[in-house]
Design a protein around this ligand. Structure first.
Ligand SMILES: Nc1ncnc2c1ncn2[C@@H]1O[C@H](COP(=O)(O)OP(=O)(O)OP(=O)(O)O)[C@@H](O)[C@H]1O
Length: 320
């Protein structure tokens, strides 16, 4: 028996789609949205779940909430089979879909929270405590009397996050929680999630297209593409992936020189006395640094890791 809070084993989701191919004819086609994925998430982890459009992220989250039933495999969240006991699971998890709201559009924010309290039968004292904490940390005090439809996107998102947490869920799923938000709102949402995880130990699974969400919140990242898990590990480990990965040695010379000639690296840019040399990410920089230093007049040197965005873009491109 594993002690994972979330466990996913060989899970598949196949959708049947009907497509009109002629006046009378329709073709049935199967879309394998999730194609045999497996992972475990321990209590207290914050895990990023990323992949290109249509990769299967939302489908996975929907199966983990019980909204969708898997076509195959086994899922457990807090020991519960989500599709079988969706209502029981609802008391243990919180869900925020960035593109949709769970709040009542025409009601003031605080009335939505009151309805949540009754739906989840949250004891008054606990409700107060959780609401006060969210109001304080998400800066919602001035918004409680405002109807949801009048809130800005960032305000509404903060309101939605609070709504997902009033019943003390152990797990929080966030699907694109910072989509469309400005820089300040993004920072506030990220800061709040970090604090939530540190103070209450809430387990977080987060899908996003914003890699800064991942860099600032997640120690672990899972990459999905075409329904398959391509990577599961530390964010730093992504840098080492793929043979196309390159690091860059940035060299400041004492004077302008033609492009340097050093084995194992190639000059990719020259700007006055500064030159950029690309070399394979998996190789040590030491011999290269030694070779450059022995042959050219140097003022300074630095090594740049590949941009995480480049690494991921290359991974996606490789699969396509
Ligand atoms: N209800 C459905 N019926 C048929 N096909 C579906 C359904 N839901 C999702 N799909 C298909 O399954 C695949 C995975 O979709 P999913 O929404 O999980 O991707 P995603 O990774 O969340 O993408 P995005 O980043 O665009 O939100 C896509 O090809 C999508 O068209």
């Amino acid at each position: 028996m594993s002690d994972a809070l979330i466990s996913v084993e060989a899970v598949e989701k196949v959708f049947e789609v009907r497509r009109r191919t002629g006046l009378m004819r329709r073709e049935k086609r199967q879309v394998r949205a999730v194609d045999g994925i497996g992972f475990e998430i321990a209590r207290g982890e914050v895990v990023g779940y990323i992949g290109p459009n249509g990769a299967g992220k939302s489908t996975t989250i929907k199966m983990l909430t019980g909204i969708l039933t898997p076509s195959g495999g086994r899922l457990r969240v807090a020991g519960i089979d989500p599709a079988r006991e969706r209502m029981r699971l609802a008391h243990r998890i919180g869900v925020v879909f960035g593109q949709r709201t769970t709040l009542w559009w025409d009601l003031p924010l605080k009335d939505s929270y009151g309805l949540m309290r009754r739906m989840y039968r949250i004891p008054e004292a606990r409700f107060r405590e959780n609401l006060d904490r969210c109001v304080d940390r998400l800066d919602l005090a001035a918004l409680l009397d405002v109807p949801v439809r009048q809130l800005s996107l960032g305000q509404r998102m903060r309101g939605d996050i609070a709504a997902a947490l009033l019943h003390d869920p152990e797990v929080l799923y966030l699907d694109e929680p910072t989509i469309g938000l400005d820089v300040v709102s993004k920072a506030r949402v990220r800061g709040f999630l970090r604090q939530l995880n540190e103070e209450l130990g809430t387990t977080v699974l987060l899908t996003t297209h914003d890699l800064q969400d991942i860099e600032q919140l997640c120690e672990r990242v899972m990459v999905i593409d075409h329904g398959r898990l391509m990577y599961d590990g530390a964010l730093g480990g992504l840098h080492a992936l793929g043979d196309g990965g390159e690091r860059t040695l940035v060299v400041d010379l004492e004077r302008e020189l033609p492009p340097l000639e050093v084995a194992g690296a190639r000059v990719v840019r020259v700007e006055g006395q500064r030159q950029w040399l690309a070399f394979p990410a998996r190789e040590s920089a030491a011999p290269l640094v030694a070779a450059v230093a022995s042959r050219y007049p140097l003022l300074d040197l630095s090594v740049r890791e590949p941009d995480i965005e480049d690494v991921i873009a290359r991974m996606y491109a490789g699969r396509a």
